[in-house]
Structures are given as structure tokens and as C-alpha cells.
Write a protein that binds this ligand. Structure first.
Ligand code: FCB
Length: 453
């Protein structure tokens, strides 16, 4: 073996992980389920947003997506074939409560009931995420997450799901990437509900943190041996140059975005360093901010994809250019590949907040895969991305960070939000015309890694 091959060798990598380490796969409801108008499902804000002209790159919706609602049996079979020991999926609030509150749609819950049973029968441990951005439209019509009543709405939704599934599911997550939902959906307008108003975005963030705390307490009361977490996306943030201005901008951005959620979750309230630029930029106009309650989590979920460099265009707050440095290795998302960044973020989270456990709740890469004439998908770039990031997790564990699991985003190529179907993240290729699934080389690589652990 050359040293390059050695680095990709799943058997060698596996020796760096303890037995019992959770090797998982991740998805979310709107991105894979389809069956948008079936069995009583209500409309969500993504059904609405995907129909706004120009909002989605290929003009597509999640109406059909991977048709997982009907093909979940085959998909669980693929998970078993890969040998995954865990599966992180989200529940569609609109399937369970079509109007967001009020009467439960039992047929919606029946689907998740069947899915959980299929997973358990296949030896795959379910991890339920309660919110992956697809708020019922009826609740958006009442102000959505900007309305403080959402704390109660979310709590009763959580209660309903836990009452039905909590006898078999012990691993829970309240929110996926609350910053993306709040900021991209309510300040940048590129995700549902498509608003562009910073004060609204910061109210949404605040209510997410409060809803997390309230729902966690309810889950603890309802689920025996519950393990509760939340998935925060923390990419590595670095100054684009060594100038004082870029260094200040990077520190302020990381505080105004990442610590904005992490500090309150760990009982510290909102961070001063982030408050200043938000205030100076007028983002807090009309917002009365009091510190939300601490999070009470068993594990911190970390979604990690890339390194973001921050360049200050001027001395103004938020006048920052954020992205990959030119000339660096990037995925099809134009995200800078930075496995050392994953190791460093893990070390930094451990040093700063010392969560009891960290679970990598998402990591993966989009590449324009092609199918070879023999039908095989030789996605070497994805194998290399995954191998280097898994190795970085191994480095962090060796340095004493308590990482207990790793979930690849994603098992299936799926609906990549405003980018539609043209960004393939799957270990399994989905031919969206026929819904045919084909395991890629990366899926086989992950299978060998899991088998060797
Ligand atoms: C994350 C999302 C997930 C997926 C990946 C690529 O931000 O949580 O749904 O879109 O990015």
C-alpha cells in the first residue's frame, strides 16, 4: 500500500475507534420523504417556499424527493447492508400535526412507528430529530418561530411524538442547525420562510433556544433513559488574512453566529462579543433580549462541513465576505475541505464547553458523481473526504475529546434545499427518474470501516 492508499484504508482507520462507537447515517424528512399530500400530511413552510419562483435552483420541490415514505423498507435494507449502527432522521411536524397544533394525524405517526420498528429489526438504532426546518405553514401564518407561543407549540408536538415512539427510541435531538433556520430563513431569505429581517431572525433564534429547553424537559419526563441533544453547525471560522480587521471580523462572526447558540445552551447567556456587532448593525432594534435557559443536554451534536474564511470589506459590522479561500480544495458546494478544521473545532468545543459527549451529527460532501459504463459509481473524492474527516475525529478522540458517534450526511442523494437535486451527498445514488438506488464506492468504503470497528 502507498501512504495515500493507507490513509484511505478503512481497516486501518477503524483501529482508532472504540467498540460501541456509533457509525450512523443522517437524513431529514423534507429532503427524502416525498408523499407531500398523502395520509393527511399538512403543508409546511418548505412546501410553500419551494414554489416561490426563483427560490430553488432547479425549480424543484420535495413533493416526491426520494419517495422514502413508500420505500423506507428498501432504504432500511441499505442501511443494514452498510452495517450502520445508528440512523438520524427527522419527523415531519406537518405529518403529525397538520395544523401544527390540535388534532394528531395518527397516520402520520404510523409512518414513523413502522420506520422505527424496521430500524430496530435491522439492528439500527434510531435517533429522532424533532425539527429540521419544515415548520407547519399554519404556524408560520401565526408568526412562526418569531412568535413566543412557539415554545408551547413545539413542546406539545414533542410530547406527542415521544408518547408514541419513546418506548423504543431513546436518542433524541430537538433542533438541527438552529442558526441556519434562524439566519438563512429569516435574515438572508434563502431558506423558508424566506424573510429578510434581522430582528425577526434573532427573535427566532431566541425562541428556538427556549423551545429546546422546554421540549428537553418534556422528553426527559416521557422517555426512559432518554439521551437528548441538539445539532449545532460549527464550521471552522478563520480570518482570511492576518490583518487586525480580518481577525476581529472572524472573531465577531463566530461569536454572533456560533457562540450565539452555544453560550446560552451551556448556561452563559448571549455572548458579549457577538452582541456588539448585532447591536451596532441594528439587528436588535425592537428586540428585548433576556438570556434563555441553559440547555441540559446529554450530548452536543456537531454538524461540520468546511472552513469559512472571513474578510472585512470595511470597518462596518457584518460587512464581511465569508467563504472558501480562492485556490483551496473545495467540494461541489464551493466549501473548503478542512479535515484539520474538524479536529480543531472538536478540540475547541471540548476546551470551551466540555460537553459530556459530542456526536458528529452530520459530515459529508457533494460531488458531481458519474455512473461508469459498468454501473459502478467510483466516487473517490467522497471517499477521500470521508476518510480524512473520520481520521480527524480519531485524532480528536486520541487527544481526549469524548466523541461517541459519527453520522454521514447522507445515506441517499436528496433534495438539497434551495439548490434542488443537483448536489449529491449520498453514499447511495438515487436516480430521481426511476427511484433506483445504487450503492456508491463511498458506501462500500463506509461498510468496510464499520465492519472493521
Ligand atoms: C446541513 C443540513 C442538511 C444538509 C447538509 C448538506 O446544513 O442540516 O439538511 O442540507 O447541510
Amino acid at each position: 500500500m502507498t501512504s495515500a492508499e493507507q490513509d484511505l484504508d478503512p481497516v486501518a482507520l477503524a483501529t482508532r475507534f472504540p467498540k460501541g462507537f456509533a457509525w450512523g447515517l443522517a437524513t431529514s424528512a423534507y429532503q427524502i420523504e416525498g408523499a407531500a399530500a398523502e395520509d393527511g400530511r399538512g403543508r409546511s413552510i418548505w412546501d410553500t417556499f419551494a414554489r416561490v419562483p426563483g427560490a430553488i435552483a432547479d425549480g424543484q420541490t420535495g413533493d416526491v424527493a426520494c419517495d422514502h415514505y413508500h420505500r423506507y423498507g428498501e432504504d432500511v435494507g441499505l442501511m443494514a447492508r452498510i452495517g450502520a449502527t445508528a440512523y438520524r432522521f427527522s419527523v415531519s411536524w406537518s405529518r403529525v400535526l397538520p395544523a401544527g397544533v390540535g388534532a394528531v394525524n395518527e397516520r402520520g405517526l404510523d409512518f414513523y412507528d413502522r420506520l422505527v420498528d424496521a430500524l430496530l429489526a435491522a439492528g439500527v438504532k434510531p435517533l429522532i430529530n424533532l425539527f429540521h426546518w419544515d415548520l407547519p405553514q399554519a404556524l408560520q401564518d401565526r408568526g412562526g418561530f418569531a412568535n413566543p407561543e412557539v415554545v408551547g407549540w413545539f413542546g406539545s408536538y414533542a410530547e406527542r411524538v415521544a408518547t408514541r415512539l419513546g418506548d423504543r427510541v431513546h436518542d433524541w435531538m430537538t433542533f438541527n442547525e438552529p442558526a441556519v433556520f434562524a439566519f438563512l430563513g429569516h435574515a438572508d431569505g434563502i431558506h423558508a420562510p424566506g424573510l429578510r429581517d434581522w430582528p425577526t431572525a434573532l427573535r427566532v433564534a431566541d425562541n428556538e433556544l427556549r423551545a429546546h429547553a422546554a421540549a428537553s424537559a418534556l422528553l426527559r419526563a416521557l422517555v426512559r433513559d432518554a439521551r437528548i441533544g441538539i445539532a449545532i453547525d460549527v464550521n471552522q471560522v478563520t480570518p482570511a488574512t492576518d490583518s487586525d480587521r480580518d481577525r476581529a471580523a472572524a472573531a465577531e462572526w463566530s461569536s454572533a453566529r456560533d457562540a450565539w447558540f452555544l453560550d446560552p445552551l451551556f448556561g452563559r447567556g448571549y455572548p458579549q462579543l457577538g452582541l456588539e456587532p448585532h447591536r451596532a448593525a441594528g439587528h436588535l432594534e425592537g428586540v428585548e433580549l433576556t438570556d434563555p435557559p441553559a440547555g441540559d443536554i446529554d450530548y452536543l451534536g456537531l454538524n461540520f462541513y468546511r472552513r469559512d474564511s472571513v474578510r472585512a470589506r470595511s470597518a462596518e459590522p457584518f460587512d464581511w465576505e465569508i467563504g472558501a479561500r480562492p485556490g483551496t480544495e473545495q467540494t461541489q458546494m464551493d466549501w473548503e475541505v478542512a479535515p484539520d478544521g474538524l479536529r480543531d473545532v472538536l478540540l475547541a468545543l471540548h476546551a470551551e464547553y466540555a460537553p459530556r459527549e459530542i456526536v458528529i451529527t452530520e459530515n459529508g460532501a457533494a460531488y458531481p458523481d458519474s455512473v461508469d459504463p459498468d454501473g459502478r459509481i467510483r466516487d473517490e473524492a467522497r471517499v477521500s473526504y470521508l476518510a480524512r474527516h473520520v481520521a480527524a475525529v480519531g485524532d480528536a478522540i486520541a487527544a481526549g475529546v469524548p466523541v461517541s458517534g459519527y453520522h454521514v450526511w447522507s445515506i441517499l442523494d436528496n433534495y438539497e434545499w434551495s439548490l434542488g437535486y443537483e448536489r449529491r451527498f449520498g453514499l447511495v445514488r438515487v436516480d430521481f427518474a426511476t427511484q433506483r438506488r445504487t450503492l456508491k464506492d463511498s458506501g462500500d468504503w463506509y461498510r468496510r470501516l464499520i465492519a472493521a470497528t
